[in-house]
Ligand binder design. Structure first.
Ligand code: KG4
Ligand code: ZN
Length: 342
């Protein structure tokens, strides 16, 4: 089955063609047009601006993804229908509806978080259920238990800010650019524990609580107060790498501790990462280390970098599993839902 995927939930306009027989996924194309440079000027995504840029970008992006074969042999169109920014979502969804109508091909509305999870299937490694997935993005931090395809149980989630949001907001406090995740990671990489004369210890919120929930707003406030105090004593550029390092360690410590605890409790066969924050090198390293040490024998999966942040190949992969069950919608019925929860 050959699926055209479309993704416009936030600030990336993306289209992909993915071929699959259910065992192997072949990404024929995955075109991502990022708006990051434009939103960086404002320090975050401006929804109205994002939607206008999606309108300009979407058809060239779809055309590039289809390549010289055009619409030939496309079996279905899958589109991320939520959660996300409503006006951004509408652009991708209108294009998907029109293509489905013109090509007379089935349409699939995919949940954006489900698509992040299915980025793991693009690796073509056999994935055994039950699966535990840590989904960490700009708007979500969730531990999701999957007992089969399309079966999601949220066993823990953030009570306030998402992990990505914490990276973005603390980066803003330190005067680093948007998006904050890669900016914090780059500064943290400059820091070496041995050579440091300074480190401000930050809290690890909810790390030891018996549930599987998260909270990151306290960490953000701690960074705000620490930066305010330290600014009077040191030059910001002197303390930023150490602060960035400690922010990253604090977020990663909490994410890993809760993920390992949940994996043990639910006795899962596979543990995976998903979402934009899973592009973080330190999180990936610490996850693999913890899996080998604490859960030998349990399989693990980490999506390739290009499929961690928003892209349409992951939407097509999730779409494949709906299509295999003939779980389609019609262009008349497809609705976007900016608050769609798994
Ligand atoms: O999944 P995603 O691309 O969009 C949403 O669905 O939200 O995730 C974006 C989030 C942003 O908060 C961004 O700062 C974070 O992922 N991110 C990272 C890294 N790359 C992106 N966080 C930490 N380290 C990274 N390397
Ligand atoms: Zn996303």
């Amino acid at each position: 089955m050959k699926i055209l995927g479309i993704e416009t939930s936030c600030d990336e306009t993306s289209a992909a063609v993915v071929l699959s027989d259910g065992r192997n996924f072949e990404v024929k194309s995955n075109i991502v047009s990022s708006q990051i440079k434009i939103h960086a000027k404002y320090g975050g995504v401006v929804p109205e601006v994002a939607a206008r840029i999606h309108v300009e970008a979407i058809l060239p992006v779809v055309e590039a993804a289809l390549g010289k074969d055009g619409a030939k042999k496309i079996d279905a169109v899958a589109v991320a229908a939520g959660p996300g920014l409503i006006t951004s979502l509408l652009v991708g969804n209108e294009v998907a509806r029109i293509l489905s109508y013109l090509w007379k091909k089935p349409l699939i509305g995919v949940n954006h978080m489900e698509a992040h999870i299915y980025a793991n299937w693009l690796l073509n490694q056999k994935i055994n259920f039950p699966v535990l997935c840590l989904v960490v993005s700009g708007g979500h931090t969730e531990l999701i238990l999957m007992r089969g395809h399309g079966k999601y149980e949220v066993i823990g989630e953030t009570r306030d800010d998402a992990a990505g949001e914490c990276f973005d907001k603390t980066a803003k406090i330190l005067g680093l650019g948007y998006p904050g995740g890669p900016a914090i990671a780059a500064e943290a990489a400059k820091f070496t524990v041995q050579s440091s004369w300074f480190i401000e210890k930050l809290p690890r919120p909810m790390m030891a609580t018996p549930d599987f929930d998260f909270s990151f707003s306290g960490l953000k406030t701690a960074v705000l107060y620490a930066a305010r105090d330290l600014k009077n004593k040191y030059k910001m550029e002197e303390i930023i790498p150490a602060m960035a390092y400690e922010i990253q360690e604090a977020i990663v410590d909490v994410l890993i501790a809760k993920t390992m605890k949940a994996a043990k409790k639910y006795n899962v066969k596979t543990v995976m990462l998903a979402g934009g924050v899973s592009a973080n090198k330190r999180l990936r390293e610490r996850f693999v280390e913890a899996m080998k040490k604490e859960l030998p024998g349990v399989e693990w999966s980490v999506p390739p970098f290009e499929y961690c942040t928003d892209n349409a190949a992951m939407v097509a992969a999730a779409g494949y599993f709906h299509a295999a069950k003939k779980d389609f919608t019609s262009w008349q019925k497809l609705k976007v839902d900016p608050n769609w929860e798994l």
